[in-house]
Design a protein around this ligand. Sequence first.
Ligand code: ADP
Ligand code: MG
Length: 655
Amino acid sequence: MLKMQNVYKTYKNGDEFLHALHDVSLEFQPGDFAFLLGESGSGKSTLLNVLSGLDVPSKGSVLIEGKDTDSFSKKDFATFRNNHVGFVFQEYNLIEHLSVMDNVMLPLLFQGVDKKEAQKRATTELDKIGLKKHIAKKPMQLSGGQQQRVAIARALVTNPKIILADEPTGSLDEKMGEKTLAYLKEHAQDKIVIVVTHNEELADKFANRTIHIQDGKILNDTNQRESKPEKQKSLDLKSPKVPLGMLFKFAKNNVFSRIFRSLFTSAIVAIGFVAILLLTFIIMGIRGSLSDAIGSLIPPDEYLLHPIEDTYIDNDTFERVKDNDSVEALRYNIHMRIDTRYRSLEENTYDLNYLALPYDAFAFERDGTLHGRLPENDDEVVISLRTALTLRGMQMVDEESYEYIFNLVDGYTLNADYLDSEFDESKTFTIVGMSEERQQRNVYLTYDALLNIAEERLGNEEFRTSAVAYLTTGDDGEIDSLTRQLRDEEGLVLRNVFGEITAQIDDIMFTALQWFVGIALISLAVAGILIGLVIYTSVLERVREIGILTALGARASNIRGIFLIESGISGLLSGVFASVAAVFIALGLNRLFNNFIETPLNLLLGGELNITLLSPSIAPLAIVLVAGVLYAMLSGWIPSRHATKLNAVSALRKE
Ligand code: ADP
Ligand code: MG
């Protein structure tokens, strides 16, 4: 059932050819407990490796269950080893970072056996060799004899048809060696067992067949059995799904066994991410603060309306536009620079910069920030919070006190000359409402009252240049058609000032962004190279482990998976480092800015500056985390592929 036909394995040594195997034909049957004897370098290991598919013959064929392995892929061989072959090595070749239990479970997990079942079978196997109480230990904590027994348990746990043992007693003393072989013989009754050794005494004691090999040639074979032609049996070579959890465990152990190196590289890689995050936070923070600030001065949904040529919209046009169905609100704003001083109730003097007089109640109703009500008659006014405070000679107050402030000025009669000394002194206004505007000293009158004052105060000419009309539409979708209509029918231009300004800010931000993208690309390139190198180093350090896994039947995809996951963990660590660091730095910088720049500036200027320098938000953090993991896996791709290309035989040879 296991057959070699005229097998050659040739190595080229300079100009000379060396036949590690020279025309070897052998046949093995279940029940064979065969000893392969020969001096060092005679080709024993090569023979075992060719039988298990770890190595391919240069010439000749290996048949398994009558099937020529010529057609086997690497993956077929992996599955064949996993399902049908148990290996025992001289150096035990246990995986050192896994527990005894995990080592024995490993071939079962590669077979796709579920974890619970694998644990049960591994425990049974370890119990048989008297090592049940050591299952949680690491291999290094056991004696050589115990380790070799664990290795045998690992070879037997899948109940394979073939056991290949390469000098299994080589590292043990005589007594231990005999015990080990006795154990192997007892538990491998109906299997093909091939034991490599150069100890003839052991062969005499245990073997039911001995084969001598010299310079790659079979000298003699005590096989008594007839070679009978074999029917081709089916060989199950379906490759199962290896649980991700197991690959993850390997990757995690790789990371943690070199924890300082892992943390250090992750931290270095994180620097790039931190830079990107902070720059993003700054862009978002400043942009947010700026558009908030602009938005508080210029309502985002208001459109500036002005004639294409003139600066002034005549009354008839104004009324026509106002009646347009798409227009929700239209107002005149007249900026009057009043040079004279106006007196507060306490007789102090302040500059009243301008009076803004909305045509419509719209602006207040929308925000719900009106205390009291809107002016209904021409002698009623609404004032801003700032105006109210100025009238009362008070400093800025908290939001809870707005209503209180309004109560102080509600119903108060304002002589016109408080607003402007040039107004007729007999003219009075009653305060009926207050807006919550903190910045501007505004006074709102009805449209008619405004026109009266404007004409009286400014004269017709100046009124024209000071008048600005604002338009709001109920439906933003109508803006385009409304713009076209007003341009074609009325010769008016509609402009969204807020949009124009924010577009300019976005322009600046976009330039900044291009720089950031540059920085991001450079730091990502550095990060990628670093992660690639670390994974490559990890692969080189684990050449032997990769060899063991290959012998146990791990497929290339499993091995690649381990290193890809390791890359991913490193990327995740970097992302987490970067996120935590960036948030802390951002909060710190905000605090510094607030304590040392913003607050003193506000105190100095009596301003209401409220700038968030950096605005940490979830989206960029999440993107960095996900992108970090994916990018690290991409960086680890080439070294991971390299891991699968390693030659298992030479990896195991390395001592
Ligand atoms: P044994 O296990 O009996 O000690 P091996 O099967 O390991 O012998 O090696 C048989 C011969 O093949 C030796 O001469 C060895 O040097 C040679 N050999 C094995 N592997 C290689 C290789 N990868 N390249 C060149 N020569 C090799
Ligand atoms: Mg050898």
